[in-house]
Write a protein that binds this ligand. Structure first.
Ligand code: SF4
Ligand code: SF4
Length: 212
């Protein structure tokens, strides 16, 4: 049986904060598009991603379900993922291999080849996935610059809040409480995805106003 690799095996063994420098700068990727080709339906999207994708496409979550995104179940949680073209790369990779929504790309794409490792107190650190990106000449860059999101403190606060909320729903699946799991998933989908975001307004105030 294949064993899970340890943190030390997939990383350089270090944990980083947003202000730390990491060697992930791929200098614009110089013609490489490997990670956009090999996503394998694993780009899970959160409400901030949906807000950004709505900005990029002018579509609501429900409209994007027709072509750009799909709902998947992972650990009992129903979440949207980015679609691939038929037997091909990400739906947003252009014929000349550029990200058509670069400014609005999902958090997963912003992070790569970084990952997040969660601590027991609900905080998280960043780490480098040392085996993931083939660029051999990566430069050093602060994590927050690599992520390239406005208001990094607000963004990280949202990431923690979303992690807590989704963690609580996943816990219901461990308790085999199917009725409660289904009800929580439906409530979460309606509140944070189906209800359209006003892309002319700030995301965070809309997210926190949607009580759960
Ligand atoms: S695999 Fe690395 S170099 Fe290639 S597109 Fe992705 S991030 Fe850029
Ligand atoms: S959204 Fe853009 S960066 Fe992310 S996988 Fe698709 S093409 Fe690549």
């Amino acid at each position: 049986m294949k064993r899970d690799l340890s943190f030390e095996e997939i990383s350089d063994g270090k944990r980083y904060k947003a202000s730390d420098c990491v060697k992930t700068d791929t200098h614009g990727c110089a013609g490489c598009h490997e990670c956009c080709e090999t996503t394998e339906d694993t780009i899970f999207l959160d409400p901030f991603d949906i807000y950004m994708l709505s900005k990029a496409t002018g579509k609501t979550f429900t409209e994007m379900l027709e072509s750009e995104i799909t709902l998947k179940v992972t650990e009992g949680l129903i979440v949207p993922t980015l679609n691939k073209k038929k037997k091909g790369p990400c739906v947003f990779l252009s014929p000349d291999f550029k990200c058509e929504i670069h400014e609005y790309r999902p958090g997963f794409c912003r992070l790569f080849p970084l990952g997040r490792i969660w601590n027991e107190d609900g905080s998280f650190d960043y780490f480098i996935q040392v085996h993931e990106c083939p660029c051999e000449d990566k430069g050093a860059i602060p994590v927050k610059e690599w992520l390239s999101v406005d208001e990094i403190d607000k963004y990280e606060g949202f990431v923690r809040a979303w992690h807590t909320l989704t963690h609580d729903i996943k816990e219901l699946s461990l308790q085999a409480n199917d009725a409660a799991l289904k009800a929580s998933n439906m409530k979460m989908l309606q509140a944070f995805f189906i209800e359209p975001y006003d892309t002319e307004k700030d995301f965070y105030s809309q997210f926190y106003s949607r009580g759960f």
